[in-house]
Design a protein around this ligand. Structure first.
Ligand code: PLP
Length: 483
């Protein structure tokens, strides 16, 4: 066959590569529910070097080798769609989002101007407006970001400009202080560092046993800082804390912020999805009184990473915060200025992350989301009841969201041995490729934190999980030296 080099944009080799890739994608999806396959096979860098050739050569390799590389990548990657994967706040993505992800990459453009990304711009606006409405923001605005970490930075930046309108030019002339609960995500500290406000000026507010910010502690800390001559400019509340899945009391916090004229940013990277179901919405009651919040569709909503939003409860804040002297004459023009999302972002080139979310939302509708969240909440209830029924396990706290905190307590084991066994159960399950769950500390003691955020997890996964940890725990307890 004679190739027409003008009309045939796809070489025979590229066709083989892409067809081979798509076949592998479908095969991967078909087998994603298989519980018998190990979740992970690689436990060290050395293991990986033993099974994969990562080097590049001068002359390159052929398509068959590339397909073999893709096979090796698929084989040795952690199977995050596996029904026993309950480690981070996400799992396998829905097919509609994968379609969006592929099309974003295929049409490769950047979100900065309407001109270069017309459809994507309008889709992003649609999603931002929709999500702002879910929060009760009447006249909101927003942008997609790389993640909640970036959203928290933007929240602090908006807060800074609110209190110190000149700080962008002159830097801080007085000492700013921001307040977060002791359970907050570490990205807030990085944001404070990046902002140049000094991480010592990020004041930790106490939280209660459930993990919620203490209102009395917040009031006290604000007063202390004012007495010390510092300027409180931001409270960062958390909706869905990392370990306990706790939701800070937004109505009370918002009231204090309004009295003190302090910006209220809510880190809802994890908990934002609670807005999608009438059964969980009340967890975020008061969000409508916040000034900004971030919400990660790449967590509970299952979008491929990255897919994250930062939303503000007022228009034209982001343009002001992200403005720069007009040196981007080659990019940002007057025409369409009101549509150019590049004026509302800390990024220049930016992926089209809204497309996958839009396709999934179109596909399942609002009802699809509420059913998904309710299913996760029901599974959480099921798991916590199973834990409570096991005399050798302790449910460390009653879950508010889908984080479940579990400890192995055995029969009359000392706290030291409980901690040791809890810790080792996780390691053993991971090394055998059976389950992946997070280990975290509560009151300085290790706990297991399975989280329900992966669509393939079902009751059977949870039954197997309980069986696994009780059996491993009992075996380890029996191996302990006699008292
Ligand atoms: C995940 C998470 C973040 C960070 O979000 P990324 O999207 O991973 O950057 C921030 N805060 C909370 C509470 C989170 O759960």
């Amino acid at each position: 066959m004679v190739r027409d080099e003008y009309n045939d944009g796809l070489s025979a080799e590229d066709r083989v590569l892409l067809e081979g890739t798509f076949t592998r994608i479908l095969d991967y999806l078909v087998s994603k529910n298989d519980r018998e396959v190990p979740l992970a096979t690689i436990h060290s860098a050395k293991d990986l070097y033993d099974v994969m050739d990562l080097s590049v050569s001068d002359s390159g390799v052929d398509v068959e080798t590339l397909l073999a590389d893709i096979d090796a990548y698929l084989q040795h990657s952690v199977k995050t769609s596996h029904p026993h994967f309950m480690n981070p706040f996400w799992g396998g993505p829905p097919a509609s989002s994968l379609a969006g992800e592929f099309i974003s990459a295929l049409t490769n453009t950047s979100m900065y101007t309407f001109e270069i990304a017309p459809v994507a711009t309008m889709i992003e606006q649609e999603m931002v407006n929709l999500m702002a409405k879910f929060a009760g923001y009447q006249n909101g605005e927003g942008t997609f970001t790389s993640g909640g970490s970036n959203g928290n930075l933007m929240g602090l930046l908006c807060a800074r400009d609110h209190k110190f309108p000149n700080a962008k030019f002159s830097g801080f002339t007085k000492t700013p202080v921001a307040f977060v609960s002791s359970e907050s995500h570490y990205s807030v500290e990085i944001a404070a560092n990046t902002l140049g406000m000094g991480t010592d000026n990020l004041i930790a507010v106490e939280s209660d046993h459930q993990g919620k910010m203490s209102i009395n502690s917040l009031k006290r800390k604000i007063a202390e800082q004012k007495d010390a001559g510092k300027i409180p400019f931001c409270v960062i509340a958390t909706s869905g804390t990392t370990v306990k899945g706790a939701f800070d009391p937004l109505p009370e916090i918002a009231e204090i912020c309004a009295e003190e004229n302090i910006w209220l940013h809510v880190d809802a990277a994890w908990g934002g999805a609670a807005l999608l179901s009438p059964e969980t919405r009340n967890l975020m009651q008061g969000i409508e009184h916040s000034n900004s919040f971030c919400w990660d569709p790449h967590k509970m909503m299952g979008m491929p990473i990255s897919c994250s939003t930062f939303l503000v409860n007022q228009q034209n804040v982001l343009r002001e915060v992200c403005s720069h002297s007009n040196s981007a004459h080659y990019l940002l023009h007057k025409k369409n200025a009101e549509l150019d999302m590049g004026r509302m972002s800390l990024q220049c080139a930016r992926r089209v992350d809204a497309l996958k979310l839009w396709l999934t939302w179109r596909s399942i509708g609002n009802q699809g989301w509420s059913e998904k969240i309710e299913n996760y909440m029901n599974l959480t209830k099921y798991l916590s009841n199973r834990v409570k029924d096991e005399p050798t396990l302790e449910l460390v706290l009653e879950p508010e969201f889908t984080n479940v905190c579990v400890r192995y307590v055995g029969h009359n084991l000392s706290p030291k041995f409980q901690d040791m066994i809890t810790d080792q159960i996780r390691t053993e399950m991971f090394e055998q490729g059976k389950f992946m769950v997070t280990k975290a500390l509560i009151d300085h003691r290790p706990i297991l934190r399975p989280v329900i955020a992966n669509p393939t997890v079902d009751q059977k996964s949870l039954d197997k999980f309980i069986a696994e940890i009780t059996v491993i725990g009992a075996r380890m307890a029996a191996e302990l030296p006699p008292k």
